[in-house]
Design a protein around this ligand. Structure first.
Ligand code: ZN
Length: 107
């Protein structure tokens, strides 16, 4: 897996997004502009798009490594995420390195 692809996959896992949505993120980002998740950072795939929204949010939070819960109204800053990564002991070290480096490149 190329570095950027690896980063995108791992950050998707960190946020608790389903694999199907992580894989189709780039494609669906362009396609699905108006949906309940718009602006949240999460882009549902076409299957998940038709699922119950509260169930989907519940599943995201169950699978989430990030200690800041997912909801539709709060945009989390990159600084808060980096601080979470530095202090969160549930995240494997190789994930942390890739995520912190990738996020710092976006600042
Ligand atoms: Zn999906």
């Amino acid at each position: 897996m190329e570095n950027l692809e690896k980063f995108k996959y791992i950050i998707g896992k960190y946020y608790g997004y389903p694999d199907c949505c992580i894989k189709s993120f780039d494609l669906n980002k362009k396609k699905l502009k108006h949906n309940a998740f718009f602006g949240s950072g999460f882009v549902p795939c076409s299957d998940c798009f038709s699922k119950d929204i509260s169930q989907l949010i519940c599943n995201i939070n169950l699978n989430r490594l990030c200690s800041i819960p997912f909801n539709l109204n709060s945009k989390i800053s990159i600084y808060s995420i980096i601080s979470d990564l530095e202090n969160n002991f549930h995240i494997p070290k190789e994930y942390k390195d890739i995520l912190i480096n990738g996020l710092k490149n976006q600042l």
